[in-house]
Write a protein that binds this ligand. Structure first.
Ligand SMILES: Cc1ncc(COP(=O)(O)O)c(C=O)c1O
Length: 397
C-alpha cells in the first residue's frame, strides 16, 4: 500500500484530501512522490511564509535538537526567554503564553479574558462574529461559523454573535457586562472578508467604553501575512490580546497568546499551562523564523507583492464574469467566484499550482511571502485558465 492508501485506511476520515503525496519542499516549490513539481500558493494554509525548508530555520532546529528539545515549564529555558522578548517587542504587548497551535492560542485568550471578566465582576458574554473561524476545539467551534459545530452539542456557553463589519449590530451586542470582543482582522476561512477601518475603530471604542477586552485572532493574519507584522496595525488601534500561530514557527508547530498588563494580572501560577507549550525546540524555530522575516524584509515584500497580485488579478480577470470579487490584504487574497471552487483548485493542481477554496466559492491565495513576481504571474495565469476551463457557463480551453 502507498501513503495514500495507508492513510485512507488508518486516519479518521476527517480530511477531504487531494490525491497527491508531497515528499519534498524548497522555497515556493513542492514535489510529489511521482516527481511532479508544484508552485505552493497555499503554503500549508499560511504557515510556510518563509517558503519550505528555510536554511536558517532548518539549521536552528538541527542545532537545538542536538542540545535540548524539551523540558518542563517547571524550569526556565533560554529559547523561550528569547522568543518572549522578541514577541513582546514586535507586538507592543507586555506578556505572552506559548502553546502549540492556533486553537490553543485562542483557548488561552478565552481563558484569560474570562478571568479578567470575573475579576471585574462581569457576568456577560464574549462577543464573536458570524462566519469567524478560531479553531476546532469545543470552545472555538462555539465561537465561529456553525458548519464546524454541527454534531458537537452541547457547545460552550458564554458567547454571543454579531454580523461581521456591522457597526450597528456590534453596538447592540455590547453591554457593561461584556467581557471581550473577538475578531480576525481579515477572515481566513470566512472567505477573506476584510474588517473595515470604521468597524475596527468602533470595536476599540466600545471595548474602552465598557471595560471589555479587544481580542484579535492573528493566527492567519499575523507574522507579516497582510503586509504588516500584525493585521491590527492597518487600523491604528492596539488590541488587548493577540492570538498567533501558523507562520510563527516556519513550519514547526507553535502558537502563542500575547496580552497587555490588565490581562496578565488576571493570571496566576496554575491558572493555565501546557506540557509542550514554549519548549526549547519550538521556540528556537520561532525565533529563527521571525528573525528571518525581519532580516529579509518579508513583511514589506508581502505588502508590495500583495498589491502586485491584486492588480494583476483584476487585470487578467476583467473579462471573466465568473469572478465576482477580488479582495484581501498583503499576500492574503481571495478570489470569489460565481460557482463552486473545488473544481478550480483541482484543475490548478493538474496545472502545477497548489491553492485552496473556502466558503465553497472563494479561492484562497496565501503563498510564501518570498514569492516572486514571475511566480505570481504563473499563479494568476494558471488560476484564470482553470476558471475558464471549469466554469459551468464557459467550459472552454
Ligand atoms: C484565524 C484562525 N484562528 C485559529 C485557527 C486555528 O489554528 P490551528 O489549526 O493551528 O488550531 C486558524 C486555523 O486555520 C485560523 O485561521
Amino acid at each position: 500500500m502507498d501513503a495514500r492508501q495507508i492513510t485512507e485506511k488508518y486516519h479518521l476520515p476527517v480530511y477531504n484530501r487531494y490525491p497527491i503525496t508531497l515528499v519534498k519542499g524548497r522555497g515556493t516549490t513542492v514535489w510529489d512522490s511521482e516527481g511532479n513539481e508544484y508552485l505552493d500558493a497555499l503554503a500549508g494554509i499560511a504557515v510556510n511564509s518563509l517558503g519550505h525548508c528555510h536554511p536558517k530555520v532548518v539549521g536552528t532546529i538541527q542545532k537545538q535538537a542536538g542540545e535540548l528539545m524539551h523540558i518542563s515549564n517547571f524550569y526556565y529555558n533560554k529559547p523561550q526567554a528569547k522568543l518572549l522578548q522578541l514577541l513582546t517587542d514586535i507586538s507592543g504587548m507586555s506578556h505572552g503564553f506559548l502553546c502549540n497551535s492556533g486553537g490553543e492560542a485562542m483557548e488561552a485568550a478565552i481563558k484569560a479574558a474570562r478571568r479578567f471578566g470575573h475579576q471585574n465582576d462581569k457576568e456577560g458574554a464574549i462577543i464573536t462574529v458570524n462566519n469567524a473561524f478560531h479553531g476546532r476545539t469545543v470552545a472555538t467551534i462555539s465561537m465561529g461559523m456553525t458548519q464546524y459545530a454541527e454534531g458537537y452539542d452541547p457547545l460552550l456557553k458564554g458567547f454571543c454573535k454579531a454580523d461581521f463589519n456591522d457597526i450597528d449590530a456590534l453596538n447592540e451586542a455590547f453591554t457593561d457586562q461584556t467581557i471581550a470582543f473577538v475578531l480576525e482582522p481579515v477572515q481566513g476561512s470566512g472567505g477573506l472578508q476584510v474588517a473595515s477601518q470604521a468597524y475596527m475603530q468602533e470595536a476599540r471604542r466600545l471595548c474602552d467604553e465598557h471595560n471589555a477586552l479587544l481580542i484579535v485572532d492573528e493566527v492567519q493574519t499575523g507574522m507579516g501575512r497582510t503586509g504588516r507584522m500584525f493585521g491590527f496595525e492597518h487600523y491604528g488601534i492596539q488590541p488587548d490580546i493577540i492570538a498567533i500561530a501558523k507562520a510563527m514557527g516556519g513550519g514547526f508547530p507553535i502558537g502563542g497568546m500575547l496580552c497587555r498588563p490588565p490581562v496578565a494580572r488576571a493570571m496566576q501560577p496554575g491558572a493555565h499551562g501546557s506540557t509542550f507549550g514554549g519548549n526549547p525546540l519550538a521556540c528556537a524555530a520561532a525565533t529563527a523564523t521571525i528573525t528571518a522575516l525581519k532580516d529579509e524584509k518579508l513583511v514589506q515584500n508581502a505588502s508590495e507583492k500583495g498589491h502586485f497580485l491584486i492588480n494583476l488579478l483584476q487585470d487578467k480577470t476583467a473579462d471573466l464574469p465568473q469572478v465576482i470579487d477580488i479582495r484581501g490584504k498583503g499576500l492574503m487574497v481571495g478570489v470569489e467566484l460565481s460557482f463552486e471552487g473545488r473544481t478550480v483548485v483541482t484543475e490548478m493542481l493538474h496545472r502545477g499550482v497548489l491553492s485552496n477554496c473556502t466558503q465553497g466559492n472563494v479561492i484562497r491565495l496565501v503563498p510564501p511571502l518570498t514569492i516572486s513576481e514571475t511566480e505570481l504571474k504563473t499563479l494568476v495565469e494558471v488560476l484564470t485558465n482553470a476558471i475558464r476551463k471549469t466554469s459551468p457557463s464557459q467550459a472552454t480551453n
